[in-house]
Design a protein around this ligand. Structure first.
Ligand code: NAG
Ligand code: NAG
Ligand code: NAG
Ligand code: NAG
Ligand code: NAG
Length: 376
C-alpha cells in the first residue's frame, strides 16, 4: 500500500518535535483508522446519492402495472402521474428539469460582477446584460430587424420595389446569400455547411454538407394533419405578421392580400424542402450517411439548376481566409436530400424572389424573438 507508506512518512516528520514518540504499531493503527473513516465517509456519500437516485427511479415507475402487459406504463407511469407539461413547452423530461436548474445557476453567475474575470467571462456577461436591457431593446424597436434584412439583400415583401425586385435577380446570387447566412449568422436555409473532424480519420478536419434544420420543429409539422395543422396555421400567421410589421416600419402601404399570398408561397417552398429532408429515423447510422466526394463531384452530382457549389463553399470559407480547390474533399451527409432537391420543381424554377424570401425568412424566424416584444 504505497499511499499509507507515504502518509507514514508525513506523520513521522510532523510528530518529530513532540515529546511522545509514536511507535510503528501506533502509527500503523492511526493510519488504518484514518483510512477507514475516509472510506466510510465516502460510502455514506455514495450511499445517499444512490438512495436518492434509486428513489427517483422508483417514483417514476408504476409497479401496479404488469411490465409484460404495458412496459411504458410500468417504467414511466409515476413520472406521467406526477408531472404536467408546462404551458410554455411541447414536452417535459428530466432534461428540462436539469436545464431549468442549470439556468438558475447560470443566471446567478452571469449577474455577479467580478473585476478579475477573464476576457471570455466578461464577454458572456456583456452579452447577457445587453439581452436583459429591455428598455433599450424596446427603444430600438424593429430597427435592428430592418438592418438585418438589408445586410443580406432585400426582402421582396418588405420592399418598396416589390415588383421590380425580380429585375435585380442578375445581381443577386443564392450562393452568396446562403454563404453569408451560414458564415455570419449561422442560419441554414437550404443546406448546412460546417467543418468538423472526419468520422473516418479523426486527425483531420473536413468540410461537411448536411440538410438544414427546419423552421418548425420537425418535418411532421409541415406534412401531417391533426394537431400539427394548428401549428402550421399559426406559423403562417407569424410569417404574415412579421412581414406586416416590416412594411409598416418602412412606411410602406399595407397590402394584406399580397403579403399573405407571398408568405403562403414561402411556406409551400419550405414544405417541399421539409418533404425532401430525410426523417430522423433514417439518420441514425452515421456510416450510412457518410459520403465523401470532391467539390467537383458534388457539383456534377447535385447541379440544382446551375447552383455554383464552389462559389457557395468559397463564400463561407473566405470568412476565415481559406481557399477551396475543385478537388477539396467534402463529406456529404445528405445525398438523398440533395437528390430530391435536384428534382424539386418548385425549388429549381423559383428565381430571386422566392429564394430571397426563404433565406430572409429563415433568418428572421430565429432572430425576431430577440428584437422587440411586438415581434413575438
Ligand atoms: C440600458 O442601456 C442604456 C443605454 O446603453 C443604459 O443607459 C442603461 O443604463 C441600460 N440599463 C440597464 C438596466 O443596464
Ligand atoms: C405589381 O404586381 C401586381 C401584382 O402582381 C400587378 O398587378 C401590378 O401591375 C404590378 N405593378 C407594376 C408597376 O409592375
Ligand atoms: C417612417 O416615417 C416616420 C415618421 O414620418 C419616420 O420617423 C421614419 O424615419 C420613417 N421610416 C423610414 C424607414 O423611412
Ligand atoms: C413528398 O415527396 C414525395 C416524393 O418524394 C411525393 O410523392 C409527395 O407527394 C410529397 N408530399 C408532399 C406533401 O409534398
Ligand atoms: C463558380 O464560382 C467560381 C468562384 O466564384 C468561379 O470561379 C467559377 O467560374 C464558377 N463556375 C461557374 C460554372 O460559373
Amino acid at each position: 500500500m504505497g499511499k499509507s507508506e507515504s502518509q507514514m512518512d508525513i506523520m513521522e516528520k510532523s510528530t518529530k518535535p513532540r515529546k511522545h514518540r509514536w511507535t510503528v504499531v501506533e502509527i500503523g493503527l492511526s493510519v488504518t483508522v484514518l483510512l477507514m473513516s475516509c472510506a466510510l465517509a465516502g460510502l455514506i456519500v455514495l450511499y445517499t446519492s444512490c438512495v436518492t437516485a434509486a428513489a427517483r427511479l422508483l417514483q417514476n415507475m408504476d409497479p401496479s402495472v404488469e411490465p409484460c402487459q404495458n412496459f411504458y406504463q410500468y417504467a414511466c407511469g409515476g413520472w406521467i402521474e406526477r408531472h404536467v407539461i408546462p404551458e410554455t413547452s411541447s414536452l417535459h423530461s428530466v432534461f428540462n428539469i436539469l436545464r431549468d436548474e442549470l439556468e438558475i445557476v447560470l443566471k446567478g453567475v452571469l449577474e455577479m460582477e467580478n473585476k478579475d474575470d477573464r476576457e471570455a467571462f466578461k464577454k458572456a456577461k456583456t452579452l447577457y446584460s445587453s439581452c436583459m436591457n429591455e428598455t433599450l431593446i424596446e427603444q430600438r424597436d424593429s430597427r435592428p430587424l430592418l438592418r438585418l434584412i438589408d445586410s443580406i439583400g432585400d426582402w421582396p415583401v418588405a420592399s418598396g420595389a416589390w415588383n421590380s425586385t425580380a429585375g435585380t435577380g442578375d445581381m443577386w446570387r443564392l450562393e452568396d446569400t446562403l454563404a453569408v447566412l451560414n458564415a455570419r449568422y449561422n442560419k441554414k436555409a437550404v443546406f448546412e455547411m460546417f467543418v468538423w473532424p472526419d468520422d473516418r480519420d479523426s486527425s483531420r478536419y473536413i468540410i461537411h454538407v448536411d440538410q438544414p434544420a427546419l423552421g418548425m420543429p420537425s418535418r411532421d409539422y409541415y406534412l401531417s394533419d391533426g394537431n400539427y395543422k394548428k401549428v402550421h396555421c399559426a406559423y403562417l400567421e407569424f410569417m404574415v405578421s412579421i412581414a406586416r410589421i416590416a412594411r409598416e416600419d418602412r412606411n410602406l402601404t399595407q397590402d394584406e392580400e399580397r403579403v399573405r399570398e407571398d408568405m403562403t408561397r414561402v411556406l409551400e417552398l419550405e414544405t417541399d424542402i421539409a418533404n425532401a429532408t430525410s426523417p430522423a429515423e433514417e439518420r441514425n447510422d452515421i456510416t450510412v450517411l457518410y459520403n465523401k466526394m470532391t467539390l467537383r463531384e458534388v457539383q456534377q452530382a447535385f447541379n440544382l439548376n446551375g447552383f455554383n457549389w464552389t462559389r457557395y463553399i468559397q463564400g463561407i470559407m473566405s470568412s476565415v481566409s481559406v481557399t477551396v480547390q475543385p478537388d477539396e474533399p467534402i463529406v456529404v451527409y445528405c445525398s438523398p436530400y440533395l437528390e430530391k432537391l435536384n428534382l424539386l420543381k418548385r425549388f429549381l424554377s423559383y428565381t430571386f424572389n422566392m429564394h430571397s424570401h426563404i433565406c430572409i425568412w429563415k433568418m428572421l424566424l430565429f432572430k425576431a424573438a430577440y428584437i422587440a416584444f411586438k415581434l413575438l
